[in-house]
Design a binder for this molecule. Structure first.
Ligand code: DX5
Ligand code: ZN
Length: 222
């Protein structure tokens, strides 16, 4: 099951609803919403108000990526707003197991996001509880950065670990994904592909989604 998740970080913020409609029509599977708090990363972006408003604009699940300190403080806001998938960075949380529980007990999909410098070992006691792992292939904070090649080995090692343990987690990758590398990344074992620049800085974002979708195959079941 492969999924395409356009990242609104690269969309035109004053035309965001239109951007979502275009990628939905083109076959996107999720909408990726990057939340930055100006502390965990040096940028400020979207809040729960946008998530709540988007719920009325699209049937696609909203994949909220929290790049924030103390995610426990904001997870309830995003649950209330209707986020369908929520991930946060484990080193930003004092109690990642408890915070995952907040998301799971609301019946939403819970994930942990790992920076390029964060080892997979941080997942050791948590992997079995995760619906997905978000592997950052750039350092978080902004779009349009080049893909860090060492991420490919990390994707493969996580794929192997998940296979060996039978854990249910999907592998989502975020940063530097484009039509040029998406097929190879799917072969490495990635299943959910976040793409900002490659979709919204393309002259035809719908076509960009359709092309990436073709390169990784259609989803077999949702
Ligand atoms: C970066 C964000 C990404 C970003 C990816 O901190 O987490 O979701 O939108 O952008 P691209 O696809 O342009 O690298
Ligand atoms: Zn993201």
């Amino acid at each position: 099951m492969n999924m395409i998740a356009p990242s609104l970080l690269s969309a035109d913020v004053v035309r965001i609803a239109e951007a979502v409609r275009v990628v939905e029509r083109a076959g996107a599977d999720l909408v990726h919403v990057d939340v930055m708090d100006g502390h965990y990363v040096p940028n400020l972006t979207f809040g729960p108000g946008l998530v709540k408003a988007l719920k009325k604009e699209t049937r696609l699940p909203l994949d909220v990526h929290l790049m924030v300190d103390s995610p426990a403080e904001v997870i309830p806001w995003f649950l209330e707003a209707g986020a369908d998938w929520i991930s946060f960075h484990p080193e930003a949380s004092a109690h990642p197991h408890r915070d995952l529980g907040l998301v799971k007990s609301a019946g939403r999909k819970a994930g942990l996001a790992l920076n390029p410098g964060t080892p997979l070992g941080i997942l050791e006691e948590l992997l079995a509880d995760l619906d997905f792992v978000l592997l950052m292939c750039v350092n978080p904070g902004r779009g349009s950065q080049p893909f860090i090649e060492a991420s490919r080995g990390k994707i493969r090692r996580l794929r192997r670990w998940i296979r060996e343990t039978g854990a249910p987690a999907l592998i989502e990758i975020d940063g530097g994904v484009s039509a040029a590398n998406i097929a190879a990344l799917a072969e490495d074992g990635a299943q959910v592909f976040v793409a900002g620049h490659a979709v919204f800085n393309h002259p035809d974002p719908g076509q960009a989604v359709a092309q990436m979708r073709d390169l990784v195959g259609r989803p077999v079941d949702r």
